[in-house]
Design a protein. Structure first.
Length: 96
C-alpha cells in the first residue's frame, strides 16, 4: 500500500540522514531551515500518533517524507538526490 511505501521511504531517509557527517560545514540559513524542518517532522509525528485510521495518517506520511527529503537536500547540498537514490536502492528489501 502507499502507506507502507511511505513508511519505508521515511525509514530509509532517516537512516541516510543519520549517516551524514555532523561535521559538514553549514551556514546559518541552512541550520535554521534544518531546525524548522525537524520541528515540523516532530509535529507530524505527534499527529501520526493520534491518527485513528489510514485516511487520517496517509496525508501525514506524505508530508513527513516530503519534509525529510527537504531536510536531506538542505543537509547534503546539491548531490543529495543522486546520493540518496543510490542509498535507497541499496537499502531496498528487493535489492538483494
Amino acid at each position: 500500500t502507499e502507506i507502507e511505501r511511505l513508511r519505508s521511504d521515511s525509514r530509509v531517509l532517516e537512516s541516510w540522514l543519520g549517516g551524514l557527517s555532523a561535521e559538514a560545514p553549514r551556514d546559518g540559513r541552512s541550520l535554521m531551515a534544518s531546525a524548522e524542518i525537524e520541528d515540523l517532522v516532530g509535529l507530524i509525528d505527534v499527529q501520526l500518533s493520534a491518527a485513528r485510521n489510514e485516511a487520517e495518517s496517509l496525508p501525514l506520511w506524505r508530508q513527513r517524507v516530503a519534509l525529510l527529503e527537504d531536510l536531506a537536500s538542505i543537509r547534503s547540498g546539491p548531490l543529495a538526490s543522486m546520493a540518496y537514490a543510490g542509498f535507497a536502492e541499496a537499502s531496498s528489501p528487493n535489492a538483494f
